[in-house]
Design a protein around this ligand. Structure first.
Ligand code: DAT
Ligand code: MG
Length: 151
């Protein structure tokens, strides 16, 4: 099923110059980038984005981390995109992330795991809406679609 998901290169990924390589992986897989923007996340938006973690020990450090510098936000579309993008990112703790995944290749600790991806269709819908307006989501056909998918 073709799905849309929300993905983000976190402040450490931006600072470490990994934006291009991370975006490249999604493009290489044939995923369609349907929205993209850089922003410094305001505290209130960070709180809403991570509301499920409110009260946990890592919540405050997580908020400081995610608001510490610009991030790159994306909406990505493709077959089974929500789970597929998470799989490409690897486990939350980079020590458990398989080599070949983004976290497994580029990071070492949970608190600096460089990327975010929605974990369910509800989160995907919620997060895309939280970060993008309707007019920022592009609906377009890509010329490789006839070769990426069966009719
Ligand atoms: P994910 O980002 O893989 O969806 P999550 O939603 O459980 O993971 O947590 C959000 C972020 O919070 C995660 O990317 C890094 C941080 N985090 C999660 N668990 C943590 C922990 N036990 N210690 C420190 N930071 C943690
Ligand atoms: Mg999560």
């Amino acid at each position: 099923m073709i799905e849309k998901t929300f993905a983000m290169v976190k402040p450490d990924g931006v600072q470490r110059g990994l934006v291009g390589r991370i975006v490249q992986r999604f493009e290489d897989r044939g995923f369609k980038i349907i929205a993209m923007k850089m922003m410094k996340i305001p505290k209130e938006l960070a709180e809403r984005h991570y509301e499920e973690h409110k009260g946990k020990g890592f919540y405050e450090p997580l908020l400081s981390y995610i608001t510490s510098g610009p991030v790159l936000c994306m909406a990505i579309e493709g077959e089974n995109a929500i789970a597929a993008v998470r799989t490409m990112m690897g486990k939350t703790n980079p020590q458990d992330a398989t080599p070949g995944t983004i976290r497994g290749d580029f990071s070492q600790v949970t608190g600096r795991n460089i990327v975010h991806g929605s974990d369910s269709s509800e989160s995907a819908k919620r997060e895309i809406k939280l970060f993008f307006n309707d007019y920022e989501i592009q609906k377009y056909e890509k010329i490789d679609e006839v070769w990426l998918f069966e009719k």
